[in-house]
Design a protein around this ligand. Structure first.
Ligand SMILES: Nc1ncnc2c1ncn2[C@@H]1O[C@H](COP(=O)(O)OP(=O)(O)O)[C@@H](O)[C@H]1O
Ligand SMILES: [Mg+2]
Length: 257
């Protein structure tokens, strides 16, 4: 579904990614792990069009996207969440989700001016779907609260609801459980596992190895911008090179950056 071929990304003198090859099969959950600064977020940025590779190709369902703009990539069916949460803080939780959906709505401005009965019908269905998404992430009670006032965990869940609202085929999650406790993390894992059953393929960047084991079919390990291992969660955990890369990296076990 997603094929990353020989992707490198250099910032001035720094090689954030070096010749990365990675393939995401449809309907799977693929994990991306590695120490801080390994290049995980840079890779998600290159897939979502926020950044572009210095060289190499990224192909999504047969379409080269390494030079495509973010809105085009969203339209092709890729959505994401951010390591540093990006919500419209002054808008309500519900509005944040509805904005995600509008990328998909058929009503243009002209429609809303001249075909209002149709628009109203669509509006009602958009509202219902947005509420359903909020309920799914236990955010029903805070639908009207401003996003900026929500707890950290709620903001992360809201980001995921908003990412799903665009109707993606592929979702990219950048440290979705950062700041959550073990119970919240496990519950979020259940939400991630639900996605492939609904036809959504997942790429998840995570530090929490329990979550990786819970949700991932396969895992890639990045270290200093290079893929150093690829396999099942159990395989990569036993890989000596992976263990070596993490030696002395205490943050890997508990707190995300
Ligand atoms: N816009 C940028 N300009 C310069 N260096 C960057 C930029 N973005 C990321 N980097 C560098 O690229 C490396 C990889 O960063 P990042 O992808 O955020 O790692 P990770 O998500 O694995 O922690 C780091 O050394 C980081 O400082
Ligand atoms: Mg990162």
């Amino acid at each position: 579904m997603l094929d990353i071929h020989a992707v490198s990304r250099h910032f001035e003198g720094l090689a954030a990614l070096t010749y990365v090859n990675l393939s995401v099969p449809e309907g799977k959950v693929v994990g991306l792990i590695g120490p801080n600064g390994a290049g995980k977020t840079t890779l998600l940025n290159c897939i979502s069009g926020l950044d572009h590779p210095t060289s190499g190709t990224i192909t999504f369902r047969g379409v080269p996207i390494q030079r495509a703009a973010p809105h085009r990539i969203t339209a092709l069916g890729i959505s994401r969440t951010y390591q540093n949460i990006r919500l419209f803080n002054e808008m309500s939780a519900l509005e944040n989700v509805i904005i995600g959906q509008h990328r998909h709505g058929r009503s243009t401005l002209l429609h809303s001016l001249f075909a209002w009965p149709y628009h109203r019908r669509e509006e009602a269905s958009i509202n219902r779907q947005a509420h359903d998404l909020l309920e799914r992430f236990q955010l029903g009670a805070v639908a009207r609260a401003r996003a900026g006032t929500l707890s950290y965990g709620d903001q992360r869940r809201l980001e995921m609801a908003r990412a799903l609202a665009t109707g993606p085929r592929l979702i990219l999650l950048d440290e979705p459980t950062a700041g959550m406790n073990a119970v919240e993390t496990h519950a979020l894992g259940e939400q991630i596992l639900r996605m492939p059953r609904e036809g959504i393929t997942v790429v998840v960047v995570e530090h929490d190895m329990a979550l990786i084991g819970q949700v991932c079919d396969e895992v890639y390990v990045l270290n200093f911008g290079e893929v150093i291992a690829h396999g099942t969660p159990a395989e990569v955990r036993q890989n000596p090179e992976v263990i070596e890369a993490y030696l002395g990296k205490e943050e890997y076990h508990d707190a995300p950056a």
